[in-house]
Ligand binder design. Sequence first.
Ligand SMILES: [Zn+2]
Length: 408
Amino acid sequence: MPRGSNLERVSAFNQAVVLDLVRRSESGMSRVELIGATGLSTQTVSNIARRLLDLGLILESGKVHVPQGKPRTTLTIDPKSKYAVGAHLDPSMLTFVLLDLAGRVVHRKHLPVVAVAGPEETVARIAAAIEALISETDIPRTRVLGVGIAAPGPIEFDQGAVVGPPMLTGWERVELRQSLGKATGLPVFLDKDSAAAAHAELWVRNKRSDQNFAFVYLGSGVGAAVVMNGEVVRGSSNNVGEIGHFSTGDGGRLCGCGRKGCLGISIMPVELVNDAVGKGILPGPVDQADLRHITEHFHKLAALADAGDQGASSLFQEAADRLARAVEDIANLLDVDGIVFGGPSWPPVGTRYLEVLHAALANRLAMGMIHEVELVGSVLGEDITAVGAACIVLDHVLAPRSGGLLLE
Ligand SMILES: [Zn+2]
């Protein structure tokens, strides 16, 4: 049900709108430009700018001369005023980034894991890594707004719990937000890995105009997120995008769910690596529990395909063909302007998969006669999920949709 708003809330909202515009502009905005962009009065924008300057969140960073009238002062974000930590819990790697208020990575850390330990030990390890991440810079801890953590889905969003993610044994139901909050003393935000990656992509794309896209996430498993009108679609329980058991046509590997050719089992790195070992393309044996080893082998397999190995190429060809079938359904259901691909397992296979996807979907999409559906790889590389998790903190604390600036 729509809720009313009192004046205080409206004013906090307006302040967040102004900060968000300044934060997302490449080279800052003048008060006159802010008045034009927000529709707020001269006096209101002037008051808000004063307040944001007093809070130290923005800077007066220069003057722009205009043909008539006084030169305009440009307001830019002060990137060093606030920071956010992003953490990505992937079954084969823990990734940490420290983002400044402008959304730039100022420090990063990667901890490869053989196999993710039980929740207690892992939370302690994550908390220690976050402390190290912050203390290795000269940034005062008081400037850190919080920690965003991205984990494989599904999740219980309201309780901040991960619920039995595949490949994390012993993680049947873990209240990660609460335990990590206790261990770090910082506010913690939990989201799904695919949703976090979509947040990161949205952050980059917000500076352009494309606001409707689906994000297909390739990690140890596969997931998706949907962005409509510039916001990540949340669904009833924040679990949009569980595409692991989408059908990809006849045949294929037998999935744990009892059917053949589900999307997840068709493109997961561990399955491709096992097949490659079985066919003698890669040397075996592979320790199934050592996810770091599997990631290394997956990169080797991609390198073999790039070097012209027929066996490796045909494994990736089949995986990409099956991915194309699922992407066709996703695009037809959502009528988006683009599908973006990314996640830790995407970079080694991205160019190869995109070629197949473009060829397979050229004439297959229902809206193909109406508008183009762009198929692109994310430019954000393997840290995308951790970056997105940190963006969630910045968005939650600073963005207008949360109903004000929560940092006050
Ligand atoms: Zn299945």
